[in-house]
Design a protein around this ligand. Structure first.
Ligand code: PRP
Ligand code: URA
Length: 207
């Protein structure tokens, strides 16, 4: 239920994201590349049905996405970077947005926005956010999706802190976590160490 991508290509590109000198345009491009590499693991959880497909020579059994197709759920803002890349690989997917922002004092997640497909309860939902720090934002997102009746949830991030992994697994032991890196710890402001800083600010150049 917990996958850390252990691959030199991912490790090299994560190093580019961590580097404070990496400019926003390169940060966005590299994030996109990493998410593309992660998609193989993320989409291993896709639900497919078997139906006939007619090749020019014979009929065989093919794999087809279950209908309705999955929803990629971006936890705003930074989740958009991951969802853009995942939707490039799975363009059939619906895209949902969930606005959750950490309170700077309490570090607790604060909900502010939601836009989802009307039949979200019937869809598999892949929740994306680059950072799993305290786990509060991801837990809130998964709570909301479960309350709506979704199942087959998957959570994907770039960097997870041990504290966030443990909180998320405690709250949602049934949801797989896929991350590009597992870091050491949180600092006193609940930022991930060594981390990459504020993911949203680095993507959108709002530092
Ligand atoms: C960041 C990040 C996660 C959250 C992780 O977002 O993208 O959503 O913090 O922290 P947590 O695991 O402790 O909840 P932030 O709240 O800074 O919002 P932003 O994406 O709008 O910058
Ligand atoms: N949110 C971020 O963007 N970075 C962190 O290290 C923690 C929370």
């Amino acid at each position: 239920m917990f996958t850390v991508l252990d691959h030199p290509l991912v490790g090299m590109k994560m190093t580019t994201l961590r580097d404070k000198c990496t400019p926003p345009q390169q940060f966005r491009r590299t994030l996109h590349e990493i998410a593309g590499l992660m998609s193989f693991h993320v989409f291993a959880h896709l639900r497919c049905d078997a139906h006939d497909v007619h090749t020019p020579l014979e009929t065989t059994t093919g794999q087809f996405l279950q209908s309705p197709v999955p929803c990629l759920l971006s936890i705003l803002r930074a989740g958009n970077g991951l969802v853009d890349a995942l939707s490039a690989i799975l363009p059939e997917a619906a895209i949902g947005h969930l606005g959750v922002q950490r309170d700077p004092e309490t570090h607790k997640p604060v909900y502010y926005y939601e836009k989802l497909p009307a039949d979200i309860d019937q869809r598999q939902v892949i929740i994306a956010d680059p950072m799993l720090a305290t786990g509060g934002s991801a837990i809130m997102a998964a709570d909301r999706m479960k309350k709506k009746g979704c199942n087959g949830l998957v959570f994907v991030c770039l960097i997870a802190a041990p504290e966030g992994v443990s909180a998320f697994q405690h709250a949602h032991p049934d949801i797989p976590i896929i991350t590009a890196a597992l870091d050491r710890q949180l600092d006193k402001n609940c930022y991930i160490l060594p981390g990459l800083g504020d993911a949203g600010d680095r993507i959108y150049n709002t530092v």
